[in-house]
Design a protein around this ligand. Structure first.
Ligand SMILES: Cc1cc2nc3c(=O)[nH]c(=O)nc-3n(C[C@H](O)[C@H](O)[C@H](O)COP(=O)(O)OP(=O)(O)OC[C@H]3O[C@@H](n4cnc5c(N)ncnc54)[C@H](O)[C@@H]3O)c2cc1C
Length: 437
């Protein structure tokens, strides 16, 4: 079957999904599996599943959040991914290798109450003493003398504790996308790659043949999409176009409610850092968890298949909101921003340079960093994944399905329910995320 076969003029489907990233594919799969009679087509301008920001992700996941919505979305999605791998036998390269926050005194005190309340709700957390961390993590530097000028300049704080999230770890976003793609096709879903949606079709519900329709007094509806190969008419258009959603929604006056912001990952390989990969005591894989330093949100993600690490940082103030067609990683950003912090806490990274690097865009919801999901005149918009779309994609796909079916509640994997309007605009109710380090 050819994915790029040409489209007849005015094809008709029940649902068009724009975007074959994790969000679009999870949504398409769940909608179709709820009602296999539905005619659903997924369109993507790239040539394969998950080639947008899904492919740029660090593929890390965690259920450690203070917002109950975040815990529900991520927790149930992680359980579903675990089920795919363990029970369905589809390898996602998922490892519950943990998240490890190295905490300075102030951070730890601020989090103490939050940690207790999360524990009461069943989130598995483990606190490590500084001594344990020193014993377990090869060569880690947790304390800096007063005469350490470099540490003073970058304000490297002493680590007092480690906080480990247990149901956290790493997964392959590519394999998650492939799983949904495969399952969607098995039940009769259609996917067309190399097909760019140029615009959404906004039409009057009853066309009169007057110039400039739809006019302000006409009932109107998004009734499909235009592509270079023709028009596809549909009752519902799901806009799951990631950081490009505003390009489709702005022209018809719908606010996608996110700002694009670049994030970068640097891949490092060297015999000097290999010993750090094999860190015992944190998990069954004897590997270092996804670890975050107290300063500047610098993280290191073990990548055992490459015998190395992926490294990045959470840069916010100073990093512009800007759409870039092909965002590029900046070597200087590694050298001058990340490296000084990284090599201070993990001296084995000293003089190690990236062998590979890439960048993508976060679709940042600047209000609360939790996804938006709303319906507007024939379009279902899912946006603002804010850098955690992989770990929430299954739950978001189920919520898109519930919204499409006009259900008040979505059933998440594992049996919990969530009111769909909680992610919407008018009745938004997502709690407060305080677990931002
Ligand atoms: C550097 C980086 C690290 C990240 N790390 C993590 C992480 O560790 N954990 C995590 O959970 N999340 C992470 N994320 C976030 C995660 O990658 C995203 O939240 C997630 O991929 C969003 O999926 P999506 O389907 O919404 O977007 P995308 O994967 O971008 O999919 C949108 C698709 O729509 C298609 N499209 C857009 N416009 C059109 C059009 N007009 N016509 C046809 N097709 C169109 C695109 O080609 C694309 O394939 C990271 C992101 C970045 C950039």
């Amino acid at each position: 079957m050819s994915d790029s076969s040409s489209i007849r003029k005015d094809e008709r489907f029940d649902v068009v999904v724009i975007g074959a990233g994790v969000i679009g594919l999870s949504s398409a799969y769940h909608m179709k599996s709820e009602n296999t009679d539905l005619r659903i087509i997924v369109l993507d301008e790239t040539g394969a599943a998950g080639q947008g920001d899904t492919a740029k992700s660090a593929g890390a996941f965690r259920n450690v959040f203070t917002s109950d919505v975040n815990r529900l979305l991520a927790g149930s999605s992680i359980d579903f991914y675990g089920h795919i791998q363990k029970d369905l036998g589809f390898n996602l390269d998922l490892k519950y290798s943990g998240y490890l926050w190295l905490l300075a005194d102030k951070q730890f005190r601020r989090l103490e109450n939050v940690v207790e309340s999360m524990r009461r709700e069943g989130i598995q957390l483990r606190i490590w003493e500084k001594k344990d961390l020193k014993d377990m993590i090869n060569g880690v530097n947790l304390e800096f003398g007063e005469n350490d000028e470099e540490a003073g300049i970058i304000k490297a704080e002493n680590v007092v504790k480690g906080l480990q999230g247990i149901k956290c770890g790493v997964v392959s976003p590519d394999l998650i996308a492939k799983f949904y793609e495969q399952e969607f096709r098995k039940i009769g879903g259609t996917i067309r790659y190399n097909t760019k949606v140029g615009s959404l079709l906004l039409e009057p519900r009853a066309r009169l043949g007057i110039p400039s329709e739809p006019l302000i007094w006409q009932d109107k509806k998004i009734s499909g999409v235009k592509t270079a190969a023709g028009t596809i008419v549909a009752d519902t258009v799901v806009v799951a176009a990631g950081c490009r959603a505003d390009r489709l929604l702005d022209p018809i006056g719908i606010d996608a409610r996110f700002r694009p912001r670049k994030r970068q990952i640097f891949s490092l390989r060297s015999p000097k850092i290999e010993a750090l990969l094999n860190t015992k005591g944190f998990n069954e894989y004897d590997m270092l968890p996804f670890t975050i330093t107290p300063r500047a949100g610098v993280f290191i993600r073990p990548e055992p298949t490459e015998r190395g690490f992926w490294v990045g940082a959470a840069d916010e103030l100073g990093r512009s909101f800007r759409f870039e067609e092909e965002p590029q990683a900046e070597r200087d950003y590694y050298t001058y921003s990340i490296y000084p912090v990284l090599s201070k806490y993990f001296p084995q990274f000293m003089d190690v340079s990236p062998t590979n690097m890439w960048a993508g865009l976060y679709d940042v919801n600047t209000l609360d960093a939790i996804p938006y999901l709303f319906e507007e005149d024939g379009a279902i918009v899912v946006s603002g994944l804010s850098g955690s779309g992989i770990m929430k994609a299954d739950a978001v796909g189920r919520m898109v399905t519930a919204l499409y079916e006009k259900k008040e509640y979505a059933n998440l994997y594992g049996g919990k329910e969530i009111r769909v309007a909680r992610l919407g605009i008018n009745e938004r109710d997502v709690g407060i995320e305080r677990f931002v380090l």
